[in-house]
Design a protein around this ligand. Structure first.
Ligand SMILES: Nc1ncnc2c1ncn2[C@@H]1O[C@H](COP(=O)(O)OP(=O)(O)O)[C@@H](O)[C@H]1O
Ligand SMILES: [Mg+2]
Length: 499
């Protein structure tokens, strides 16, 4: 049974200024709804001239406008739902419209008719806004569609009907977008997940899904979401940052980039560590793109985010359980399966649990050149996390054995950090050298030094080599990478690192 309450037979909501409107000469008795129609059917009727193309309302200005005259916006929203409902009724309830030019023409025409029937007169600018709302309601995800269309917005967070937050250019802010009420939020959730064959209801009030464009959606509704239905959409960024972008932002130096390229090509096992949102996946993507073109790559992710330029890539994605609780395919299952797929490289989006042990074993048994990320704040912390997560595999292995596996499997830890001023940088590139007694020996090769703070609160940092050459240098040299000494900090006047 659907949770959604239709806005059905209510009279047209009247926007604030409509009371002063004279009944329109154009208003006619309500025509019977035309037979169910599909948007593909040719529609050869006159076009209203005052309606904008839907794209006209998708500006950054709308997205970031501060909420003003909220009452008028509310009324407009209600009217848009009333009109959308009637248009939907005229098309047949099963008709799903797609945002295509022919749909736009169809909607413009029906909108004009029903708008006249609503017996209300609005200024032109508001009519345009109203049509945009109807268009988004019928072809997209309602009020948040404009946010999803806006390239500068990376996340959309609906905290109940009245608060829609966005992340725009790395900053979190409240948008001017609102829903009519909680039912409206539920209606949009339903529209998002229904085509994906997913469901949400009071019994199991949460859902995690991936949209066809790659964006991730999580929805959680009452009773678990206490203050109203909540949607979180992490938009799929079509343009992942490239190594040159990261160099330009100062996240790493050209020398560090070339060092990392040499490490990837030379099949070192590399772990990217960092906090949430520190840029781990972005860096993993950059590193994975260093893998030579002729190698078979298997990627394993919870939700597919990696964008590899190579041809020979097999992408695997974990799968949540079915409604009856069975059928879950975890990252761990995929790691085990990937080893039977003749991979030359296994790239694991993120290790969060027992799969860590399988990954270490793979790295130690001929699948070198593997790459992954994990949540840790320092390279030393990354080792501790790998120990804990390996124990989650439930193999009853003594900690010393696990530690030895880590020390022999992992060659390099690259620590990604989001600094307090918002900059994202590589803070350490650290070699895992082996065991000494009971301890994993780590040696920093590059390190971020914080030199001070500007009056505006921006940190002055420098990425520096520590002066130590990695012990695995012969492996890089065997692949033809001749490392100039000054890359690692040796001062040789007049000589720059060349590869
Ligand atoms: N070095 C960087 N400089 C600036 N922005 C970055 C950098 N790395 C990542 N980002 C941005 O930060 C956000 C989070 O990055 P992501 O790689 O998904 O982080 P994580 O995987 O650690 O959660 C993304 O919007 C991404 O584009
Ligand atoms: Mg990530």
């Amino acid at each position: 049974m659907s949770l959604l309450k239709r806005l059905g037979s209510s009279p047209a909501p009247q926007p604030q200024d409509s009371a002063s409107n004279q009944p329109s000469a154009a208003s006619k008795p309500v025509a019977p709804p035309p037979p169910a129609n599909t948007p593909q059917e040719p529609i050869a009727r006159e076009q209203p001239t005052d309606l904008p193309p839907p794209a006209a309302h998708l500006s950054e200005q709308t997205v970031s406008a501060t909420p003003s005259d909220a009452a008028a916006t509310d009324k407009l929203l209600e009217l848009s739902l009333w009109i959308a409902d009637r248009i939907q009724a005229s098309l047949g309830s099963q008709t799903q419209l797609k945002p295509l030019p022919e749909t736009e023409r169809l909607l413009q025409e029906r909108f004009a008719k029903i708008y006249h029937q609503a017996n209300t007169r609005l200024p032109d600018s508001q009519v345009k806004q109203l049509f945009a709302l109807v268009y988004d309601e019928m072809t997209g995800f309602g009020p948040i569609q404009q946010l999803l269309n806006e390239d500068t917005v990376s996340e959309v967070m609906v905290n109940g009907p009245d608060k829609v937050y966005i992340e725009q250019k790395g900053k979190l802010k409240l948008s001017s977008v609102q829903f009519a009420n909680d039912d409206h939020v539920l209606k949009v959730i339903d529209r998002i997940i229904r085509p994906l064959g997913r469901r949400i209801d009071r019994k199991w009030p949460m859902v995690d899904a991936r949209l066809p464009d790659g964006s991730r959606v999580n929805a959680i509704i009452p009773p678990c979401a206490i203050d109203g239905s909540t949607i979180t959409i992490r938009k799929f960024s079509k343009n992942k940052l490239k190594v040159d972008d990261l160099i330009r932002f100062g996240s790493l130096t050209p020398e560090m980039a070339e060092f990392l390229r040499a490490c990837v090509v030379s099949r070192l096992n590399i772990v990217v560590a960092g906090g949430t949102g520190s840029g781990k996946t972005t860096l993993l993507n950059v590193l994975s793109n260093f893998i030579p073109d002729d190698e078979r790559i298997v990627t394993i992710e919870d939700s597919a985010e990696l964008q590899l330029a190579q041809d020979h890539v097999v992408r695997l994605e974990a799968k949540p359980a079915e409604l009856d609780g069975t059928g879950r395919v975890a990252i761990r299952d995929l790691v085990i399966n990937s080893l039977r797929m003749r991979p030359e490289r296994v790239v694991i989006g993120e290790c969060r649990g027992g799969e860590t042990l399988d990954m270490l074993q793979a790295m130690n048994t001929g699948h070198d050149g593997s790459l992954t990320t994990l949540h840790a704040n320092t390279p030393r912390d990354a080792i501790a996390r790998m120990e804990t997560m390996s124990m989650m595999a439930g193999m009853d292995m003594p900690i010393e054995v696990i530690r030895e596996q880590i020390a022999s499997a992992v060659d390099l830890i690259v620590q990604q950090t989001r600094l307090e001023d918002g900059q994202r940088k590589i803070s350490y590139i650290t070699e895992v050298q082996g065991m000494e007694g009971n301890t994993v020996v780590l040696q920093d090769i590059f390190k971020l030094e914080i030199l001070g703070k500007t009056p505006e609160g921006k940190l002055n940092c420098e990425l520096r080599p520590t002066g130590v050459r990695p012990r695995f240098t012969p492996r890089l040299e065997a692949r033809g990478f001749k490392l100039a000494a000054n890359i690692f900090g040796a001062q040789i006047p007049g000589q720059r690192g060349r590869w």
